[in-house]
Design a protein around this ligand. Structure first.
Ligand code: ASP
Length: 449
């Protein structure tokens, strides 16, 4: 039994819908279908969710939304145009958009959520209609009826544990269930969306709740590559990867999944495969709890820029009880979230995203550290990139670190920081931003090709 999620680009027009219908028809074990809102039809087009954001902005300024309603509806009309669908489906979609003119804003903390939810909700109705016209025994199901219950956090909902049992009741449904992604209902019955890109979260929740054998995430690429194609020409595709490796890669700039998206399927130990709607025969990238192939030590090279590092050194620091605690307390008081903290006997480097800082805050922070800690040396370095070598196989293998540092040295790339946790899933190198691309290339060619 499989759950399949189709992203916006897979549902942008009638041609894409035909491929989706074919994919569903060819495999009757694809029983739970989660859909995003329609994506872009051409490069300069706007996604339906982005049009709904505009619609919301116009409504709060009391501007007319008639034109936007027509624009949004045009997406759905185009998707449905080649199918002999029941005419009532498009009528219902149009009506639901027109109803947005009257939707109450005052004292409605879920107004924005409700507007945004129309993108996926209407698309699920449309996809169900299309599938029915193609003789698939499919039905649209509202997340409330299904049991997708979420916390009351507008635009940032989280799933409530009770949902899993509720959703599970539908496991033996004889119909193919077409489920809108991206939103659920609070216990009071209000619509609440996950954060942007949240249809992936719905997909993983449904997969976990139904305890499927495989969660297929259909998009427009043949899976994940071992490095960013913007840096490496035709990087090798990744066939299989563990959840932990995936997490490290997505931290390091691989924006395949929404950060929390895989949590439900990870906990339920359900394998996920990323597949291409335009090339469904391609095996894609399989994400599992345990990787079969351990021979490949490294699965990918990732990176992200925009980091700053605060370095402090104090002679005999290692003898002071509670030293690190005092340092981190200062970060907490300033509301700063740090991401890495490699340390030596007498020094610590604290690495954080630079977008949390401003010149005033930086000055206050350093002053506070100087006052409370009285370090011998204290400075801050900006414009750092974190380049990560990721792979669970490094644990079983000697020399990955040596090969990495040797490769960076050959390119005369100065390493400001190295961090490797005991789990050995990844090695992170802090380097100057302008050398990021060189670092990725040299590390990639060290472990691949
Ligand atoms: N349509 C929503 C967005 O664009 C959710 C999703 O597609 O996953 O953010």
């Amino acid at each position: 039994m499989k759950a399949a999620k189709f992203g916006g680009s897979s549902l942008a027009n009638a041609t894409q819908l035909k491929k989706v219908a074919e994919i569903i028809k060819t495999d009757p074990t694809r029983r739970f279908i989660v859909v995003s809102a329609p994506g872009k039809r051409f490069a300069t087009d706007k996604k339906v969710t982005d049009l709904l954001v505009e619609l919301y902005q116009k409504r709060i300024k009391n501007e007319a939304i008639d034109e936007l309603i027509e624009d949004i509806f045009a997406h759905y009309k185009e998707i449905g145009k080649d199918f002999q669908m029941d005419a009532s489906v498009l009528k219902q979609i149009y009506q639901s958009l027109v109803d947005l003119k009257e939707l109450t804003m005052e004292k409605n903390p879920h107004f924005f959520d409700e507007v945004l939810s129309k993108g996926e909700n209407n698309n699920a109705k449309l996809v169900a209609g299309v599938l029915q016209s193609e003789d698939v025994n499919a039905r649209y199901i509202d997340p409330q009826e299904l049991g997708v219950m979420v916390t009351n956090e507008p635009l940032n909902a989280r799933i409530l544990m009770m949902s899993y049992k509720l959703i599970h009741r539908w496991r033996d449904s004889t119909e193919v269930l077409v489920i809108p992604g991206f939103f659920g209902y609070t216990e009071k019955g209000e619509i609440c969306t996950f954060s942007r890109g949240g249809s992936d979260i719905t997909g993983a929740i449904i997969a976990a709740a139904m305890n499927v054998d495989l969660y297929e995430n259909f998009t427009d690429v043949d899976g994940i590559s071992a490095a960013h194609p913007g840096y490496i020409h035709h990087p090798e595709p990744i066939r299989e990867i563990t959840y932990r490796e995936m997490r490290e890669l997505s931290y390091g700039g691989f924006s395949v999944f929404h950060d929390e998206a895989l949590m439900p399927s990870y906990r339920a130990k359900i394998p996920v495969v990323i597949k291409n709607t335009n090339n469904p025969e391609h095996p894609g990238t399989l994400i599992t709890n345990e990787r079969e192939n351990k021979e490949q030590p490294v699965v990918g090279i990732a990176s992200d820029d925009g980091f700053s590092m605060i370095y402090l050194n104090k002679y005999l620091m290692n003898r002071e009880v509670g030293f690190t605690l005092r340092v981190l307390e200062i970060f907490k008081d300033f509301g700063l979230n740090y991401e890495h903290m490699p340390s030596g006997i007498d020094d610590i480097s604290i690495i954080l995203r630079a977008n949390q800082l401003n010149p005033q805050l930086e000055e206050d922070l350093l002053q506070k550290i100087a006052y409370v800690i009285d370090p011998d040396e204290l400075h801050i370095i900006h414009n750092l990139s974190m380049v990560m070598v990721v792979g669970e196989g490094m644990k079983q293998r000697v020399g990955s670190m040596a090969e990495s540092t040797a490769a960076l040295a050959r390119k005369k790339i100065n390493i400001e920081m190295i961090s490797q946790g005991a789990s050995e899933v990844s090695i992170t190198f802090g380097i100057h931003q302008e050398r990021e691309q060189d670092a990725i290339r040299t590390l990639y060619y060290t472990f691949f090709e």
